[in-house]
Design a protein around this ligand. Structure first.
Ligand code: 13P
Length: 251
């Protein structure tokens, strides 16, 4: 248990029509009203306007799941920082493992997006995490370290205050396999030491590091009890109020 505030975010991935997204957002707005932590929901681009109107003025922030690396121009299929700002988006999730591994985004591209999002005043959740092959080869720490160093390259100490790190081991995402609280905490501690080396110990003590990967109501409290785990980035269990609310109100 740390003194840092907890931050629980729901990544809805490519799920929900606008009507479905609106229904969940309305329920969360009511049920999380008395929640004590920082909350965010990240619906698909197509539902941002609808969900944004519902969570406006509540304690739930609006997040996007990605953003283009360029401000505007001929980029068919992309969505820009200017368009997200226009929709009232507060935070952008970047470097999610599905972007890295399925859509082949590399660290240079992710870094470009991180810097552009910060320049436009967004908060950023930067996701890092190793694959099962990397973990079995004893590479979990170095993979996360390299993703942090590259992802934050050129980010000023001032801008780092707007960055949350999400540790999401790829092998735990959507698989039902959760890292044990001890294993997750060890990597979170390692990530905090990397931040300390880059930005100093004070900053490292302040940065929020979420865990993501099969977080459920049954395991949330044990994960959150760990010294270096400051919240969760939730996928599958974020799609229903019945499972997201108990996580958001863990304890
Ligand atoms: P699950 O909670 O479905 O494992 O997804 C985690 C995730 O990828 C959140 O960004």
């Amino acid at each position: 248990m740390s003194t840092r505030p907890y931050y629980i975010a729901g990544n809805w991935k490519m799920h929900k029509t606008r009507a479905e997204a609106a229904e969940l957002a309305k329920t969360l707005a009511v049920q999380l009203k008395d929640g004590k932590h920082k909350y965010l929901v990240a619906p698909s681009f197509s539902s941002l306007e609808t969900v944004g109107a519902i969570v406006k003025g509540t304690n739930i922030l609006l997040g996007a799941q990605d953003v283009a690396a360029e401000e505007q121009g001929p980029h068919t299929g992309e969505v820009s920082v200017l368009q997200l700002k226009d929709l009232g988006v507060h935070t952008v999730i970047l470097g999610h493992s599905e972007r890295r591994h399925v859509y082949k985004e590399d660290d240079a591209l992710i870094n470009k997006k991180v810097k552009l999002a910060l320049k436009h005043g967004f908060e950023v959740i930067l996701c890092v995490g190793e694959t099962i092959e990397e973990r079995e080869a004893g590479q979990a720490e170095v993979v996360c370290e390299s993703q942090i160093i590259w992802g934050l390259s050129g980010v000023s100490p001032g801008d780092l205050a707007k960055v949350t790190i999400a540790y999401e081991p790829v092998w735990a995402i959507g698989t039902g396999k959760t890292a044990t609280p001890e294993d997750a905490d060890a990597i979170h501690g390692y990530i905090r030491r990397v931040i300390g080396r880059l930005y100093g110990n004070d900053t490292a003590q302040k940065i929020i590091i979420q865990y993501g990967g099969s977080v459920k109501p049954e395991n949330a409290a044990q994960l959150m009890a760990k010294e270096n785990i400051d919240g969760a980035l939730v996928g599958g269990a974020a799609l229903k109020a019945d499972t997201f609310v108990p996580i958001a109100k863990f304890g």
